[in-house]
Design a protein around this ligand. Structure first.
Ligand SMILES: [Zn+2]
Length: 264
């Protein structure tokens, strides 16, 4: 069984402010370590659940966060950004059986995590009228290749959202956002539970995990800076929507990924 893991940092146990997510700051180090440990736990759980091959995508900021020195021999890792529109799930294709997202977080437009955002902090993203999370964007990206998402960890705002998308996806809530603060589980417990629940999630039937792609997509990118919205509205097929939004319609989800890659 081949498993794809995409890992972020804003949803790991404890991370609370932006400085803790930024490389080369002293505040970042404990959360880089926690991200590494939660990813290692997911790998252990996946292997215990039957995974024989794992591809790991470091998907936060520089995409060079995870300490890879202790990864098992059957794990390959993609560090850095390829520039491919698959972005946080670049490398995922139809040869995979399941995907796992670690350290994911609430969407831009949500108050459930002080680090909530979607792809960028300079705009929020809507699809078919609703604010969307990186979880949903990447779950749809995996669905292009018929790969279901089996397990996701992150803040409770996110895990509640996931249950409304597909209640069969196994989730683990690492923390709760309260205004500018977080209430987190013990980092040790997050590691233990991630391993246990990822193993369980490997046994959930693929068919009931699969999320269906909508038939059409109305994408709105809502910028903080209206001048960027006007400029980016010249993307082919896009239009400017007063006063700070670029709107784009398509039936092909890959075109959604393409516009997000270029305009966020
Ligand atoms: Zn991130």
């Amino acid at each position: 069984m081949k498993v794809f893991i995409s890992a972020d940092l804003e949803g790991v146990a404890g991370s609370t402010t932006w400085i803790e997510t930024e490389k080369n700051t002293p505040d970042y180090e404990p959360f880089q370590k926690q991200m590494t440990k939660e990813v290692e736990a997911a790998i252990e759980g996946a292997i215990a659940g039957g995974a024989t091959e794992i591809l790991l995508k470091d998907a936060h900021d520089s995409a060079r966060n995870i300490d890879i020195s202790n990864l098992p021999e059957n794990v390959k890792i993609i560090r850095g950004w390829t520039g491919h529109p698959m972005c946080m799930v670049a490398g995922l294709d139809e040869t995979f059986d399941r995907a796992i997202f670690i350290g994911y977080h609430s969407k831009g437009g949500s108050h459930r995590n002080p680090l909530a955002h979607t792809l960028t902090v300079t705009a929020d993203v809507k699809i078919n009228g609703e604010y969307v999370s990186e979880f949903l964007i990447n779950t749809y990206a995996a669905a292009i290749h018929s790969v279901p998402v089996a397990f996701v960890s992150g803040d409770v705002g996110l895990t509640e959202e996931i249950k409304t998308v597909n209640e069969n996806i196994v989730t683990y809530a690492t923390k709760e956002g309260i205004g500018g603060a977080t209430l987190s589980v013990s980092p040790k417990l997050a590691i233990k539970e991630t391993k246990r629940l990822v193993e369980d999630s490997m046994k959930v039937e693929r068919e009931i995990l699969q999320v269906k792609l909508p038939e059409k997509f109305v994408v709105e990118i809502v910028y903080r800076d209206h001048t960027r919205a006007f400029r980016n509205s010249f993307y082919p097929g896009a239009k400017f929507k007063s006063h700070n939004t670029v709107e784009f319609e398509t039936t092909e989800y890959f075109e959604v990924l393409r516009i997000l890659q270029f305009l966020t």
